[in-house]
Design a protein around this ligand. Sequence first.
Ligand code: CUA
Length: 469
Amino acid sequence: MAFAVVLVILVLGSVLFHFLSPWNITPIASNWGSIDVTMLITLVITAVVFIAVNFFIAYAVIKFRHTPERKAQYEPENKKLEWWLTLGTSVGIIAMLAPGLIVYADFVNVPEDAHQVEVVGQQWSWSFRFPGEDGELGKSAIEHISTDNGFGVDPLDGAGQDDRLLTSNTLVLPVNRPVKLLLRSKDVLHNFYVPNFRVKMDSVPGQVSYQWFTPTRTGDFEVLCAEYCGIGHFNMRAFIKVVEQQEYDDWLAGLPTFAQSLKKEASEKLSVKAEKGMQVAQQKGCMACHGFESSPAGPSWLGLYGSTRVMKDGSEVVADDDYLKEAILEPNASVVKGYAPIMPKLELSELEMESVIAFIKERGNETDPEHQQGTDAGKASGAELAQSKGCTACHSIDGSRLVGPSWQGIYGSERTLASGETVTVNDAYLKESMFKPNAKMVEGYPPVMPPSQLSTAQANALIEYIKSL
Ligand code: CUA
């Protein structure tokens, strides 16, 4: 008897909790009311079954409770009952699945008048690209991704030059206009989830997935990454600000185009030839393995030109034009000590070759790091970089402890390392922490920070920003 009463109380309590619970779903702000309806149908069906099954158990416990006179009945098969149960279950499951299929057909059928926005996920931030005047997104590929070209836009594709780039985490969208989000990932699985819009889709490295919706209310809505993607996952957020069309147009016009951003990132000191070389190096995929600070697979280009290289066989060579030319044409003829002979042969014209060498020479041998400091790379862009490069997923700026040390007041402070040594946080220490993050670990933090993809100017801007906190 007591068991039956407890069961009934539990069921009534669950139903009551559903109606009184403070954890209601967020108010809807898109066209996807039909998704809420399918959820409601599933909820009602499972609730009815839940209540019916539990009440039946309570009823059976009381009705068939043990008395000395009664004997259990043996009934191994009841065809009629089995038919009813099979039929009832089938109808229930169809009623739960069918609405989902109907809505999903809508979800994958994008309206023709939808405008496009590309979303790029990386550990642990989101960035966005808009087609320019031509209404077309330029081609992009993983081999074009470098510190200066975070989206990997093909620098030689005409359609990409006017694409507008947004590297802050607040995406602005016009109200009442369908939008198709094209999702890409630079590293691992992420998932672009906007609870208020009821949309959610994986972004998968190596392919482009999509989702569409029409924002129906102006306001600010939060974006969450809904796929575990590493230690900063919990903080991989963004915001969508829905505004009137006019406000959106003005905002979009203020974003830099891809062509402008390449120019801005390129050092002002580069000659025309070296700038062309930079484009070639990006186009041909050199920057996938070589860089100026972080150099993922091959020798760094920083200070390479004119330096003396020790080859595998022990001989020494000066890295001049001839040497670089040979290294590009016959990459594995003689390999620098410590590197694997894995560089692919490239087809470069004489002019392309010369420009790449000019680029390596000019960019890699800028001996005074001061000249870029404090120019256009001020505090604002440092704050932007912190966000777009994903730093803020793990480092707070208000002193609170996340995955990594907070940046507030960090500059100039003394830190105790895991090795027991102490260091003063200065420019050199911060730079080392960015490019070789796990070389000197501060005590009490796990060695989980990925090496940063930053140019010298970007690193300096970040340091300026950290100083200001
Ligand atoms: Cu990105 Cu979780």
